[in-house]
Design a protein around this ligand. Structure first.
Ligand SMILES: Cc1cc2nc3c(=O)[nH]c(=O)nc-3n(C[C@H](O)[C@H](O)[C@H](O)COP(=O)(O)O)c2cc1C
Length: 245
């Protein structure tokens, strides 16, 4: 099966939440996973794992845990992308040592998993598959860990619903590069620049007949990010072997 170039894939990508139901072969999935496993990894730690879920009953439970997101059910494959220090913990034990639980060691595993997961999505999309990442998997880290039998040192950082697209949504406009790409020195954004992006995004949503406030980006960020969310997260991740001090 042919794949598109990295740049074409990125330029054309959009999150896909509706799937045709046509299956993904094990061969294709293996190829995608194999490619993504070549991602860079901090000091060769490879501090990530994938849990590949095809079983309908298990997907149903995941669907409920992530907040009833329909694409989990319609996907052909759901992959839990996990930060994974369990093998490093074991390596330390093999040498009579104990892995230090630290903010740094937690960040490294999270970054490794995020990089691998990004490659996974990119590789899948290069074959024409649709993906959407699922941060909702952090709603209930302990229950997800129990469902997927994750050992100490492992937690699901995000999920990914993968399937053949049954929708062709327009791409969501990104901020103008002047807001987040700088030459030599950082330049702080102005409110006018953010309002300009609000307008572009509001127009995008309205074209799709979606309700939107005029402040389509700043307003949504302000209302969502001014309240604490997933307050149990730190405590549950600590129970799973992570430390954020
Ligand atoms: C880490 C991460 C978690 C996400 N979690 C969800 C999610 O739980 N549900 C969902 O529908 N989309 C989720 N998304 C998709 C984003 O909403 C989407 O990427 C963003 O709105 C930009 O849209 P686009 O990917 O179509 O360009 C997530 C994306 C990322 C990177």
């Amino acid at each position: 099966m042919d794949s598109k170039s990295v740049v074409d894939t990125l330029e054309g990508r959009v999150s896909i939440r509706k799937h045709s139901g046509e299956g993904i072969s094990d061969e294709l999935l293996d190829q995608i996973i194999k490619a993504s496993r070549r991602s860079p990894t901090s000091s060769n730690r490879q501090a990530f794992s994938y849990v590949v879920v095809r079983d309908a009953a298990r997907k149903q439970k995941l669907y409920e845990l992530v907040g009833n997101q329909g694409h989990v059910l319609s996907s052909d494959v759901f992959i839990a992308v996990c930060a994974d220090n369990s093998r490093i913990m074991k390596a330390c034990e093999m040498h009579g040592d104990k892995m230090v639980g630290s903010l740094e060691n937690s960040i490294v595993a999270i970054v490794d998993a995020a990089i691998a997961g990004t490659s996974l999505s990119l590789a899948a999309e290069s074959f024409g598959l649709g993906t959407v990442m699922v941060g909702g998997i952090r709603n209930h880290p302990l229950e997800v860990a129990e469902l997927l039998k994750l050992p100490k040192g492992v937690f699901a950082l995000f999920g990914m619903s993968i399937g053949w697209p049954a929708e062709n949504p327009p791409q969501k406009p990104r901020m103008d590069p002047s807001l987040n790409v700088f030459k030599e020195e950082y330049k702080e954004v102005t409110e006018d620049q953010l309002r300009e992006y609000d307008n572009q995004l509001a127009e995008h949503y309205r074209r799709q007949g979606r309700n939107t406030p005029d402040a389509a980006w700043t307003g949504i960020m302000a209302s969502r990010l001014s309240v604490k969310k997933r307050e149990h997260l730190k405590q549950e991740l600590e129970q799973l072997g992570y430390n954020f001090e």
